[in-house]
Design a protein around this ligand. Sequence first.
Ligand code: FPP
Length: 247
Amino acid sequence: MALLKRRTEGAEVDFDHLPRHVAIIMDGNGRWAKRRGLPRTAGHAAGAENFRTIATYCKDIGLEYLTVYAFSTENWKRPAEEVSAIMGLLRKYLLEAIGRMERDRVKMRFLGDLSPLDPELQALCRQTEEISTHYEGCQVNICLNYGGRDELLRAARAFARDCVAGEKAPEDLTETDFGGYLFSAGVPDPDLVIRPSGELRISNFLLWQSAYAEFYFTDVLWPDFSKEELHKALAAYQGRSRRFGGV
Ligand code: FPP
């Protein structure tokens, strides 16, 4: 998509040199709701709606990969009604996404251990992955029951099993091989990780993959993180000098 460098709402973005992979921690839904005197679940509903808007926009501008943190391995500690509201929003989103997949042609993938989820939700996740396997263009990864440490432990266990089976040797393990044991196997590392809501931490998100990512933090809460806010994040990224440990 040749949109060239142009003035966009929020900030000037060079659409011909976008990051290949943007990852977002969709934080601040609860505070967004609280400020409006609404239940936290209303914040998640607004967050899910915003996810749809931003994911569609990312596809439209030609971004290759968008990864979002929808539910962490730690989020089970939340009240049962809140967990079930988030799962309900995911179910609703997936049912709608399945209905419009041929039109949208966004490839979907889920990163995380889906096995503790409701079987119907698991089936919807697998269905959206299968339908979109052959789509090309934008890939949206939804991190669901995902934790970076959990992912690394699972990878270490799987590698150890392959060693015990005689298929791998510890001394031969490379970073690329190890990446193949992660939920994100085959997905390039994120170039830009965005965290709205004013929190300045990574919260167990893409620990291995974000080794050389650029980080962008903003006080804006996720349901208010508009296209303009995305432009600001992309412009900030484009103003950085990435050296990957070199000079
Ligand atoms: C963090 O905000 C948000 C979550 C733990 C849930 C994110 C889920 C959604 C946006 C809805 C479902 C997703 C999709 C992909 C349809 P928070 O609750 O921690 O906010 P707070 O820090 O203000 O309390």
